[in-house]
Design a protein around this ligand. Structure first.
Ligand code: ZN
Length: 86
């Protein structure tokens, strides 16, 4: 096992992103996430989206978005909720 192989893949990144945004990661994992954000534009954009979605959701409380909310937002909300429930 060599330490410098511990690169986070995009898939792993997405899996731990909600924990990262919750501040639930260990410092070493946070560092991995932040390193990935620097090198990966796609995940960086995705993180910004998640951040603003979560910000929006926390303003709404646990209520689902109003009808008329864009479908992708609703889907993200459900995925986010399912992840938090598990
Ligand atoms: Zn990535």
């Amino acid at each position: 096992m060599s330490a410098d192989v511990e690169h986070l893949t995009c898939r792993e990144f997405v899996e731990i992103l909600t924990d990262y945004l919750d501040g639930a990661l260990a410092p070493a994992e946070r560092a991995d996430v932040e390193r990935h954000l620097v090198i990966c534009r796609g995940c960086s954009n995705y993180t910004e989206q998640m951040r603003s979605t979560i910000g929006l959701l926390s303003r709404l409380g646990s209520e689902p978005p109003q009808t008329g909310a864009p479908a992708p937002l609703l889907a993200m909300f459900r995925a986010w909720q399912a992840e938090r429930a598990g």
